[in-house]
Design a protein around this ligand. Structure first.
Ligand SMILES: C[S@@+](CC[C@H](N)C(=O)[O-])C[C@H]1O[C@@H](n2cnc3c(N)ncnc32)[C@H](O)[C@@H]1O
Length: 222
């Protein structure tokens, strides 16, 4: 067991060299202010806030999948941990040599996921964009902040890009408002669709698009 993950329930196939977190871990406490809806330093304007989906994340996950909340010590005051979702799992690709992310991991659905459903928030180590590591394969922008799940993260860090796996992405990164904290977060959502039959079927890999610029800097899929 690594020094990071003592006394914690970890998702199956979680790599022990990575610290599992059920919430964002801010480099300094003040950074959260730019995400807080009622804070003077909030970086989002009223129109942007109005347009974002508002979700009571803990309630949502407890209701859909009967997940339990874990406790953890090094969070900001009043932060609870997001439960490990039961609706997704990390799968090793060690026996899938044709998979473009072989021999590492991918994120898969353990039940049918509905169109537009929040699959998981994306958590990791949060810094300003200036302080972030450009070369990280796990780094996402959230306005003036960067969430890097390279060494600290949750299940979201295992989502692969669709290229070479699916014809098109079945999920997407999207900002939303987590009403548990009244703050903006980044989430992985099932693609929206008017067709109730779409969504993501059980045991399918969940794949987003990282965007062309991600691959351009890595000289792949260009
Ligand atoms: C956020 S990680 C995804 C999880 C990663 N597969 C793992 O096991 O940790 C991003 C990295 O996964 C790999 N990857 C993801 N999607 C890929 C794809 N479609 N083709 C090739 N490599 C991919 C690349 O190495 C990329 O830099």
């Amino acid at each position: 067991m690594s020094k990071f993950n003592n006394n914690q329930n970890l998702p199956k196939n979680w790599q022990l060299s990575i610290k599992y977190v059920g919430n964002m871990e801010f480099k300094s406490p003040g950074l959260v202010n730019s995400l807080l809806l009622n804070h003077k330093d909030c970086k989002y304007n009223l129109k942007e806030i109005e347009q974002m989906e508002k979700i009571r994340v803990l309630e949502n996950f407890k209701k859909n999948d009967k997940t339990k909340t874990e406790s953890q010590s090094n969070l900001l005051p009043k932060q609870k941990n997001h439960p490990i979702p039961n609706s997704i799992k990390i799968e090793s690709l060690i026996n899938v040599p044709k998979h473009p992310a072989y021999p590492y991991f991918g994120l898969f659905a353990t039940r049918n996921l509905k169109p537009d459903e929040l699959i998981t928030p994306y958590y990791g180590f949060v810094t300003t964009v200036e302080d972030s590591d450009d070369s990280s394969d796990y780094c996402l922008r959230l306005n003036c902040l960067a969430i890097d799940a390279n060494t600290i993260g949750n299940l979201g860090r295992y989502v692969n890009d669709y290229r070479g796996i699916l014809d098109k992405p079945n999920a997407e990164f999207r900002e939303f408002i987590n009403l548990d904290y009244n703050r903006v977060e980044m989430g992985i959502f099932v693609m929206k669709s008017k067709n109730a039959k779409s969504g993501i079927k059980k045991n399918t890999e969940i794949c987003v698009s990282y965007g062309k610029s991600f691959w351009k800097t890595r000289n792949l899929y260009i």
